[in-house]
Ligand binder design. Sequence first.
Ligand SMILES: [Zn+2]
Ligand SMILES: [Zn+2]
Length: 184
Amino acid sequence: MEFKVSELEKEPIEFDLQLGPGAVDFGEEAEQVGPLAASGLAEVIHEHRGPKEIVADIRLRGRFAGEFMAPCARCVEPVQLPLEAEYDLIFRPLGADGGAPERSISAQETEIGYYQKDSLLLEDVLREQVLLSLPVRTLCKADCKGLCPRCGKNRNLEACTCEQGPTDLRWEALEGLRSRIKTE
Ligand SMILES: [Zn+2]
Ligand SMILES: [Zn+2]
C-alpha cells in the first residue's frame, strides 16, 4: 500500500488490511507464516520552518500483528514467534534535513524516517517495524542444549558420544571467535 503526499494532503487515510506471506520480504531473519494484520492512520503534518519554507511530513501511526518463524540461536530449529507492536513515525522528504540536521519535531518519542519522491510504502515501514520487534536472541526453549560443536547433532534430540570435557565451553567461545573473525 502506497501513501502519496498529494492524496494525504486532501485527507488522512485510514488503513486496516491483511498482508499474506510474501507481500513483505523479511529476509532471513524472520519468516511470515500467516496473515500480517496492519491498521492505522497516515496523515500529512506541515512543518513551518520559515515564512516560505513548509515541509510536508508524513505521520504514520498504527499497529501490526502476525505469526512469524525465526531460527533458534542455539539449535537453529524454527521457532514460532507471535509478533505485534505499535508505532508512531514521522517521515520527512528525503533531503529536507540537508542543511539543518538538528531540527526536532514537537511530538516526543516520535521516530524520524525519510520518504523518497512523494510517497511512502507501508510494506517498507512494516518490514522495519517487524524486524525491530524481533527478540535479540530467539530460543526454542530457555534451556535449549544447542548443537554439539564437534559433531553438529541437535543435543535436544539425541545425546552424542563426543567427549564433553571441562574445556568444552572455552572451545565453544573460541569457535565463536574464529567464525566471527572469518566473516569480518
Ligand atoms: Zn533451540
Ligand atoms: Zn557431538
